[in-house]
Design a protein around this ligand. Structure first.
Ligand code: MN
Length: 236
């Protein structure tokens, strides 16, 4: 394995820990990365709580969600990742989470839009996908590639989406960027909930979202956050 690949997979393990430590992922939820050498496959842990994931837990999947390598029980919802990687060639990393402050928006369908500068990285408004529309009554999990594709279609070209009565997805151009987007999406939802409780929220304008998103979606802001978060990951 090349040094770059070793480093990428180390970062995937670190992102699992970081997202658990930051409270975005709990017992459930996951983060994956597309393989930079063969974009027709991706890396994702076996079914394990993110805070416990190590290098030996990582598995490989093709873009239909079929296991290519690795032992252990794959996540039932690996098709979230396969569906998005299939339809979004620009996406290199995917997070699926059920962060507490985001869920009321997934439950009510009330628009999740940026109300502070860092919320802009989640886009102008998170898309909303309801499994009822294409699949009727289900166990609410994304357990087939067809479901993953349906979800990916509703996401469109945006960075974040809500799964009705279930959770959320975030996509990015790197592990570092999608980790940043997931934390900011959660923080923005928390702020919006608190704002709704005391008054009418003053959402960022479309122009503000565009400019703030461009400024914060890469470069120094993402590097600065990643450096800090990674410094807190215990070494194995
Ligand atoms: Mn889920």
């Amino acid at each position: 394995m090349t040094e770059a690949m070793e480093s990428l997979l180390d970062d995937l393990v670190a992102a699992n820990y970081i997202l658990a430590h930051e409270g975005v992922l709990d017992v459930f939820g996951h983060i994956s990365v597309r393989d930079p050498i063969n974009p027709q496959k991706f890396h994702l842990s076996c079914s394990r709580s993110p805070g416990l994931v190590t290098r030996s837990d990582l598995m490989e999947f093709d873009l239909a969600g079929t296991v290519l390598a690795g032992d252990g029980h794959p996540y039932l919802e690996r098709f979230i990742h396969s569906g998005i990687y299939s339809l979004r060639p620009d996406v290199q990393s995917v997070v699926h989470h059920h962060a507490g402050p985001v869920l009321p928006f997934a439950v009510t369908g009330k628009p999740l839009r940026p109300v502070f500068h860092l919320g802009s990285v989640a886009g102008l408004q998170s898309s909303l996908w309801d499994s009822q529309d294409d699949f009727g009554d289900t166990a609410m999990l994304i357990t087939s590639h067809e479901m993953g594709l349906s979800l990916a279609r509703s996401l469109g070209q945006g960075p974040t989406g809500l799964l009705k009565r279930h959770g959320a997805i975030c996509v990015g151009t790197s592990i570092q960027q999608v980790t940043f987007i997931a934390v900011c999406m959660r923080d923005n939802a928390d702020l919006l909930l608190k704002s709704l409780a005391i008054g009418e929220p003053d959402y960022l304008t479309e122009g503000e979202v565009e400019k703030a998103q461009k400024l914060h979606s890469g470069g120094r802001p993402v590097e600065r956050a990643w450096e800090f978060w990674k410094s807190r990951v215990p070494s194995e």
